[in-house]
Design a protein around this ligand. Structure first.
Ligand code: PRP
Ligand code: URA
Length: 241
């Protein structure tokens, strides 16, 4: 069940046993959230609830993540510019909108971000895909980069960094910094579930980056997992635990 916190922001209520640490005073005080888009469509909410269930299997989890990615794709791309193009309909010639640019780059943060790629590619089959490999050190919870591979000429394109989980924000902050270091300046971040701490971290370091999320949860536990969250997204997608 989601309880309204701020206009457009919903915080999922955790179980009474969960450990909560809400350390984002500016969010709690209602700081402007202009660059955070919470896509809380009922279809997305229902599918996400199913994903959160610990008994949902890996094949179901993957299918739901793909479906949600398609649905989120409509909002992520809502401001893409269009231009007019002449078309001969069976009746007459007239002008209609088409996308102005067709070079978009989807950048999953490995591994779990891969789970969002197929859905977005279904919506935008012409998009390019780059990969950033990051893994959180289990002791420090800090991300470590192990892979970086992008399509040629991606720097000037709209870049959608995708990862189901935004927990401390360390992985997203580092991925975006890596892209900016190479000259990218049109980046948006797409997550399924975010902790307020992660949103705050990204907004602090990268205030120019729009964030799209399906849900903002209550906080993080002592292992820096999102509460109530959905557990380890990579493990659930790939069945590694
Ligand atoms: C998870 C998740 C994010 C990161 C989020 O990846 O997919 O990349 O943690 O946490 P943060 O916001 O605190 O950085 P993980 O490091 O577990 O790697 P995996 O995708 O290979 O499982
Ligand atoms: N990574 C995950 O996969 N889940 C979390 O809750 C936090 C980080």
């Amino acid at each position: 069940m989601n309880a309204p916190l701020l206009s457009g922001i919903h915080i999922a209520v955790p179980s009474p046993t969960a450990t909560i640490s809400l350390t984002t005073p500016s969010l709690a005080k209602g700081a402007p959230m202009a660059s955070v888009h919470v896509i809380d469509h009922p279809l997305i909410e229902a599918k996400l609830t199913h994903m959160r269930d610990r008994d949902t299997t890996s094949p179901e989890f993957r299918a739901l993540l793909k479906e949600i990615s398609i649905l989120m794709g409509y909002e992520i791309t809502r401001d893409f510019p269009t231009k007019l193009c002449e078309v001969d309909t069976p009746i007459c010639r007239a002008s209609f909108p088409v996308l102005k640019d067709d070079f978009f780059t989807i950048v999953p943060i490995l591994r779990a971000g891969l789970g969002m790629v197929d859905g977005l590619l279904e919506l935008m089959p012409f998009a390019h895909v780059g990969h950033i490999g990051l893994v959180r050190n289990e002791q420090t919870h800090l991300p470590e980069e192990y892979y970086y591979k992008m399509p040629e000429g991606y720097e000037g394109s709209v870049i959608m960094v995708v990862d189901p989980m935004l927990a401390t924000g360390g992985s997203a902050v580092d991925a975006i910094s890596s892209l900016k270091k190479r000259g990218c300046n049109n980046i948006r971040l797409v997550n399924l579930v975010a902790a307020p701490q992660g949103i705050e971290a990204v907004r602090t370091v990268h205030p120019d980056v729009d964030i799209y999320v399906a849900a903002v949860d209550e906080g993080l536990n002592e292992d820096a997992y999102i509460v109530p969250g959905l557990g380890d997204a990579g493990d659930r997608i790939f069945g590694t635990k």
